[in-house]
Design a protein around this ligand. Structure first.
Ligand code: TXA
Ligand code: MG
Length: 324
């Protein structure tokens, strides 16, 4: 069962857990977050595992200051203006990633953009002490509402995590507002803790809403994760010129002739497999093979999310229908 420690006494233990690649539930001004080192794939996989997320939705990376934010993402002038006006605070900005920023691809679900936010209070101090960004979705199991007290976090996730940092009830109580600048305009991707009107007052124009064409719901488009190569699932054999994405210790027939070969987890560890998934798909795609054959991955635990992403990668490429 998770230990609950007040903010005043939790810092060292939280740092030790995060440095060891573990997750910690922390208070932010919006809702409690389930935080892990955003540069460590195993830590990020643990977040999804603890939440029981059926899918790898992209996560928000939390930063301590503007310098850290600019090492991770590329700011256009309008995004910079919003950051200066509302950070630290309940605003999340979706920005292009700076190449080589060290963020693990599981945080962004392989996207080339990243959602960034600078939280107030304990979270900000923790990130500054750690010296690394924290990936943190709301600290609730998948499908439940976001937790706004340490007790609610412990009741929901307590059996699956080691530490809940208690900062009392979160002042905002609602997740952050998510905005993405698109050229000279800005789009509201999720209403939240800062009212749209406050943002509109700062940028001097209306926010775009919804988004039939520019629908910005990563992970929602069936073919979103599609690499250039075709993807063939549940492969029991490897065909001529195919690359093989393996899992576990039993090999598909003909694997020695694979054009390229990577194993998501030799020991069959789904957490390790999750942390390798996006990077390995990209590597095998870069090998130039026409098709990536994928060995079966079990559906238990994180396997459900891994299979969800694999089936999206294998989906027909002209499919742009939202699938939630
Ligand atoms: O207040 C909050 O934002 C809380 C606290 C813990 O910071 N966090 C939170 O995280 O609500 P989560 O994972 O529950 O919601 C993150 C949202 C998701 O809807 C996700 O689709 C969106 O952010 N998102 C993440 N990366 C994105 C990206 N690159 N482009 C567009 N949306 C993105
Ligand atoms: Mg959430």
């Amino acid at each position: 069962m998770a230990e609950i420690l007040a903010v005043g006494e939790a810092m060292e233990q939280a740092l030790a857990l995060l440095r060891g690649g573990d997750v910690v539930a922390i208070p932010t001004e919006t809702v409690y977050g389930l935080a892990g080192d955003a540069t460590n794939g195993i830590a990020v996989a643990r977040i999804f595992e603890a939440k029981g997320r059926p899918r790898f939705n992209p996560l928000i990376a939390h930063v301590a200051d503007m310098a850290m934010a600019e090492r991770i993402a590329l700011f256009d002038p309008l995004s910079k203006k919003l950051a200066l006006a509302f950070w630290p605070g309940p605003l999340t900005l979706v920005l292009p990633q700076r190449p080589g920023n060290g963020i693990h691809p599981l945080v962004t679900a392989g996207l080339d953009t990243i959602a960034l936010r600078m939280p107030r209070g304990f979270g900000g101090e923790l990130i500054a002490r750690l010296g690394r960004p924290l990936a943190a979705p709301s600290a609730n199991s998948s499908g439940k509402i976001s937790a706004t007290t340490a007790q609610a976090v412990a009741a929901d996730l307590g059996a699956r995590i080691k530490l809940v940092v208690d900062g009392g009830a979160t002042p905002v109580g609602l997740e952050s507002t998510i905005v993405k600048v698109e050229g000279s305009a800005a789009r509201l991707l999720r209403p939240g803790g800062i009212a749209a009107g406050e943002i509109e007052a700062v940028i001097g124009m209306k926010l775009l809403r919804g988004g039939a064409v520019g629908v910005e719901a990563p992970g929602m488009l069936a073919s979103h994760y599609a690499p250039g190569a075709a993807v063939r699932l549940n492969a029991g054999t490897v065909g001529e010129g195919e690359a093989l994405l393996a899992f576990g210790s039993r090999r598909a027939e003909g694997w020695r002739h694979a054009a390229a070969f990577l194993n998501l987890s030799v020991s069959g560890d789904l957490r390790e497999a999750a942390s390798n998934l996006f990077a390995y798909m990209q590597d095998l795609d870069r090998s130039g093979a026409r098709t990536i054959a994928v060995e079966p991955v079990p559906f238990d635990g994180l396997g459900e999310a891994i299979n969800d992403r694999l089936s999206r990668a294998a989906a027909p490429r002209d499919n742009t229908q939202p699938t939630t």
